[in-house]
Design a protein. Sequence first.
Length: 176
Amino acid sequence: MFNVFESSVDVKKAEENEGWRAFMARTYDALAENIEPVVKELEIKQLVPKEVSGFTTPAFRGFLGTLERFELSYFFNYLRNITEFSFTAYSGCPIGLQGHDHSRLALNASQMRLLKCVYLESIFVCPEMVEFLVGHVGTLERISFQDCYGGTDKSAYNQIQWSALFAAAFEKFRHF
């Protein structure tokens, strides 16, 4: 069910035939009608990784553009056997900081305990990144950063410089 590619026609058909997909579609369509920006914050917890037709509409994308705060909890807690992990954020809006125009990184040290390789792209160095990487010092063999940034954005309040990440990792490694 989760590893089958769905075209936009397949998505619409699923929304007609599966009640939970229809409910998701109606929910996101209703959010897209947030014309006067009444909804300023959106948290989606334990998102089911299936597309709904509303995700691709100009109305929904416009709704996302009005949000001041967005938090997405995917299914990272259930990835118990993952040894390789790749997370790429949209390059026009890197994630990882908190504050106006930012979204936090939803990773923590208790997730993916067998992790050996991690690839991060378009993400700010942040407390969650430090906790996540330092928490995996005992298993990580390779870390790759692509277009990631140390804290330089004045609108964020949890900025961390690269040196803090490396110092925390070194300290953890010394005690390992």
